[in-house]
Design a protein around this ligand. Structure first.
Ligand SMILES: Nc1ncnc2c1ncn2[C@@H]1O[C@H](COP(=O)(O)OP(=O)(O)OP(=O)(O)O)[C@@H](O)[C@H]1O
Length: 359
């Protein structure tokens, strides 16, 4: 597989002038030094609150918006050049297919816009109608389509000229769970075909389900970017890459994301001298340096205490500290009946980063 970046953005800036041509009222810095890259086969999720700069970034990559400074390359070609555009498909947030169309006639229309001949349009339409699950419904008026079917037709139109890179702006916005699931399946099939997909979304769980990489943006900047998944991915230079979110050995900009560790403990002499048990357990947890442990008594017959260790200063609870505390607990004959590491979700990471910007 070719691992050179499909999308490579370096220090991209965009300032929009505000007001009319005759009365300028300041400038909005929509992009303030954005750098990121996506490799072949990535499903890249662009996340951020309203006004973060996501659409401006996508429009710049499509060549619709001219950057104020910085560089953006698609397949090594300047974004917006005809060589780059030929390899790109786009599903806008609000695609409008004329209501008189059927799925098939709409695809014919878009195929002609891409200068395809009739034989290629027919062949490609058959393939795409099958891919997006609209085969057999292709002669119905789009007026009768559900939002999910309409969106899948939108995906098919974006794929007519068989692009290698697809930009999807809020592809599941406004869809019910069934529609979302259908669109998600198409994205997964496209991923299986080796397409690179760049998508904007506000729906974090959705992104967690389909994306392999994410960037979290706010106020025109990328706050964090990295791979989603378990384990550490390795980039081209053999460096370990950032990991964000769900089943995530979560790292952002090289720092481990905080994961709270919960211990449920059974102290053998708890019934007789609970104060002393509390004290022994507290001492065992004193050794954690960049973390603090909260100890609660439990009334369960199998556990007498719950200890939740929360890391501070953006440092993970270290494995060596965990190993030592386990040894200490065991040396006091305290049983560990449960040890659970709660790894932050993408939503946890997103909320932490965005609220740190507001604070
Ligand atoms: N054509 C424009 N002229 C002036 N300002 C603009 C223009 N387009 C976007 N902006 C401003 O640039 C900033 C970034 O907007 P952008 O649409 O890129 O954000 P976004 O992350 O896509 O937001 P949303 O999630 O609401 O679509 C906002 O402050 C917006 O008001």
């Amino acid at each position: 597989m070719n691992l050179s970046p499909v999308v490579e953005v370096c220090d991209l800036r965009k300032a929009y002038g505000q007001g009319s041509l005759f009365r300028r009222r300041g400038r909005v810095e929509a992009l303030r030094g954005v750098s990121l890259s996506a490799k072949s086969g990535d499903v890249f999720g662009l996340l951020g609150p309203n006004g973060a700069g996501k659409t401006t970034l996508i429009k710049t990559l499509l060549g619709v918006v001219k950057p104020s400074s910085g560089t953006a390359f698609l397949f090594g070609q300047p974004a917006g050049s005809s060589a780059a555009r030929m390899r790109v498909g786009y599903l806008p947030e609000t695609l409008r297919v004329d209501r008189h169309h059927t799925a098939r006639s709409a695809l014919k229309f878009y195929g002609r816009l891409s200068h395809m001949d009739q034989a290629s349009i027919n062949r490609r339409s058959d393939e795409l109608l099958e891919l997006v699950g609209l085969q057999g419904r292709d002669r119905e008026s789009v007026r009768q389509f559900s939002k999910g079917m309409y969106q899948r037709l939108g995906l098919a139109q974006a794929l007519m000229h068989d692009p290698d890179l697809l930009f999807l702006d809020e592809p599941t916005d406004g869809l019910d769970p069934v529609g979302r699931n259908e669109v998600r399946k198409v994205i997964e099939r496209l991923r299986g075909l080796g397409k690179t997909i760049f998508l904007n979304s506000h729906i974090l769980q959705e992104v967690e389900m389909v994306c392999t990489r994410v960037a979290i943006m706010d106020k025109g900047m990328v706050l964090a970017s990295g791979a989603i998944g378990s384990g550490i991915s390795i980039d081209d230079n053999g460096q370990s890459d950032a990991i964000i979110g769900s089943a995530i050995g979560s790292m952002i900009d090289g720092k481990h994301e905080n994961a709270a560790v919960t211990f449920d403990l059974l102290h053998p002499s708890h019934q007789d001298s609970s104060n002393q048990a509390d004290e022994t357990i507290r001492k065992c947890f004193d050794r954690f340096e960049n973390s603090h442990a909260v100890i609660q008594p439990l009334t369960s017959p199998i556990a007498t205490h719950r200890v939740v260790v929360t890391p501070s200063d953006d440092q993970a609870v270290s494995q060596s500290d965990l190993d030592r505390v386990v040894d200490d607990l065991r040396s006091h004959s305290i049983s560990i009946v449960r040890l659970d590491t709660r790894v932050p979700t993408l939503e946890d990471t997103f909320m932490r980063l965005i609220s740190s910007q507001q604070g």
